[in-house]
Design a binder for this molecule. Structure first.
Ligand SMILES: [Zn+2]
Length: 307
């Protein structure tokens, strides 16, 4: 039975990661050579897309073509199985747009943030997974233990140091993002650098040694001098800029005496559920929130629809 959960943009990757089989280089090689294997091309973090019947879609290449373009396993990633067909990704770098060279006529490389809501949720999640994995590879080419160049393993899901044999795994950085609520109102904040009128939920990185609830309480206190009395989980969102996992929370706070710290937060404002629904609809004059791709939007929307 499929997992039932709230799906934010970039969650819901439908591929079978086949983590038990991707450790076998011979199996990966056979899948790369198989006629039905496909590959997503990513150029400097941008997925290759093409027009489809219902809007843009991933322009999959034959896997063999991706292998040729990759120049070797270092820039190839086994993403998973779609039914029996293997899906790979190839990481293309450099200043020359490959659609003006070897990929001419095969689509265009598009910014994932801009394309995320027009892609199908499945394809947005697949592209985000590839982007996050390639960001990790780009930043972690050397062994953190001894400094030697590390080598790709497990279809791209691990790196191994040939000198000291340390294994390195892709990182995910947890971020708590929370809607503070008190009685029948919720609080949103704005940072000085944001465009005028834009408000969002407070957020911050989880630190080592903290539980999710503790990180939420600390951030609310540090940024807005608010005391959390209870924290409930809403949903999570993989966020591939470069490797975050947004953990969406709704936090009941002791009072509404918020004091923005003036460092991270310049201003806070409290909204009723009716105002929150107007923010979602984009009809609250002079005030706006991030779009539906953002988990902050989904947190506010869910809370505004609660009884
Ligand atoms: Zn090493």
């Amino acid at each position: 039975m499929p997992l039932k959960s709230f799906l934010n943009t970039f969650a819901g990757n439908p591929l079978d990661r086949a983590s038990d089989r991707r450790v076998d280089p011979a199996w990966i090689a056979a899948k790369l050579a198989a006629r039905d294997s496909r590959a997503l091309a990513v150029w400097n973090g941008r997925p290759l897309l093409e027009p489809g019947p219902d809007g843009p879609q991933v322009a999959y290449l034959p896997a063999g073509m991706a292998e040729e373009l990759s120049g070797g396993p270092e820039r190839l990633l086994f993403l998973g199985l779609w039914k029996d067909a293997a899906i790979f990704a190839v990481d293309l770098e450099g200043t020359a747009d490959p659609t003006e060279g070897p990929l001419a006529g095969m689509g265009a490389f598009e910014d994932l943030r801009g394309a995320a809501l027009t892609l199908s949720p499945h394809e947005a999640a697949i592209a985000a997974t590839a982007k996050q994995m390639f960001e990790w590879r780009r930043r972690h080419r050397h062994c953190a233990g001894c400094g030697e160049p590390s080598e790709v393993a497990d279809g791209g899901w691990k790196r191994k140091c040939p000198a000291c044999e340390t294994e390195h795994f892709p990182r995910t950085d947890p971020v708590v993002i929370m809607l503070a609520v008190h009685q029948d109102r919720c609080m949103l904040g704005r940072q000085e650098a944001w465009r005028a009128g834009l408000f969002s939920a407070l957020a911050g990185f989880l630190e080592p040694g903290e539980s999710i609830e503790e990180a939420c309480a600390r951030e609310l206190f540090e940024e807005a001098a608010l005391e959390a009395v209870s924290v409930r989980y809403h949903s999570t969102q993989p966020w591939p800029w470069p490797s975050s996992l947004m953990i969406g929370l709704i936090a009941e706070v002791a009072n509404d005496q918020a004091a923005p710290d003036q460092t991270e937060l310049a201003e806070v404002r409290w909204f009723t559920k009716a105002q929150a629904r107007a923010l979602i609809a984009g009809t609250l004059a002079g005030t706006s929130i991030p779009g539906p791709m953002a988990i902050a939007h989904q947190l506010l929307k869910s809370w505004s629809q609660e009884d």
